[in-house]
Design a binder for this molecule. Structure first.
Ligand code: MG
Length: 313
């Protein structure tokens, strides 16, 4: 991380109880691009994944096998997946149901993710079906994946706040987490889909889940920076023992329910904080920031990450 040193970031100061390394799930090719107005073709999405892999990202969510009439930005995910198969990185893809799972497998997917909503409102309005229907579809995917030896991650959307229902009770998050674990999803990613969570709330939700026996090692945090709390929330997660965080290069991926330019936590901002804590990720900040600049240019928009803005000055 030569860029950090050149810019005079204070000496690394590991804090007691924090880990030496954490795992970052790079979200820009899927969660990032699907929320952007501008669309990238297969060629550019392949190049993005190649650049991220070269920067040291080890887990890159590569696409989504939802219907392309519903999410046009993810059309051609099968081709993207085939063309990045040679890279020495994990490339999970999102699948909504068994049909999507089969398409993903046919394109060579070794690892998939399912997504469910903690709240009924978001499930109906955004996922297009009730929670019960969505959970049944996810359970079908998980059973087939178990037979195929395919690893599954589970996203819990609206785990903190919901634009229709307000603050989400931690017991509701626990309920969904327990049902998902019951049908076989171990790795859970708690999504602050609208970016309203605060460190106190993150701590509360994590305590509720771990207090009922869900290992903190099975929990990842997927924070959005709508209200500027994403890094503070990551800090709360680190303090509670979370070691897996989702982020998107240059902060790509706006928030669909708030008139805010900032959406996903920017990978570059996360790397800057972790570098200052002496926590390793295997990702090179300079290369990641360059990739973020390239991606922002391809989308014809300025990067929203603070690090990218600071470095551009
Ligand atoms: Mg996101």
């Amino acid at each position: 991380m030569t860029g950090v040193r050149a810019l005079g970031l204070p000496a690394m100061a590991p804090l007691p109880g924090l880990p030496d390394t954490v795992e970052i799930w790079e979200m820009s090719p899927r969660d990032g691009l699907q929320a952007e107005r501008a669309r990238l073709g297969v060629e550019e999405r392949v190049e993005l994944i190649e650049r991220l892999a070269a920067a040291g990202c080890a887990i890159i969510e590569a696409g989504s096998f939802v219907r392309s009439d519903r999410v046009p930005a993810m059309a051609g995910s099968d081709e993207v997946l085939r063309r990045v198969a040679h890279l020495p990185v994990r490339t999970p893809v999102l699948v909504p149901n068994l049909r999507g799972y089969e398409l993903a497998r046919a394109a060579g997917a070794q690892e998939v993710a399912v997504f469910l909503s903690v709240t009924e409102s978001f499930s109906q309005s955004n996922l297009g079906a009730s929670r019960e229907t969505m959970e049944a579809a996810a359970a079908d995917v998980v059973s087939q994946a178990a037979r195929d030896g395919v690893r599954v991650r589970g996203y819990l959307s609206m785990a903190f706040g919901d634009p229709w229902e307000g603050t989400v009770p931690p017991r509701e998050v626990l309920g969904l987490a327990q049902r998902m674990r019951a049908f076989g999803v171990q790795a859970l990613s708690l999504g602050d889909t609208i970016g309203v969570a605060t460190p106190g709330q993150v701590t509360d939700v994590l305590r509720t889940l771990t207090g009922e026996g869900i290992p903190v090692g099975d929990i990842a945090l997927h924070m959005h920076d709508t209200y500027g709390q994403a890094l503070a929330n990551v800090s709360a997660g680190l303090a509670a023992g979370v070691r897996v965080f989702d982020a998107s290069a240059a902060g790509i991926g706006g928030c669909p329910f708030a008139r805010s330019a900032t959406g996903n936590l920017a990978t570059d901002d996360l790397l800057w904080m972790l570098a200052g804590l002496g926590i390793h990720t295997g990702i090179d900040l300079d290369a990641l920031t360059e990739t973020g600049a390239w991606l922002s240019a391809a989308l014809d928009k300025p990067p929203t990450s603070r690090v990218a803005m600071a470095l551009a000055r």
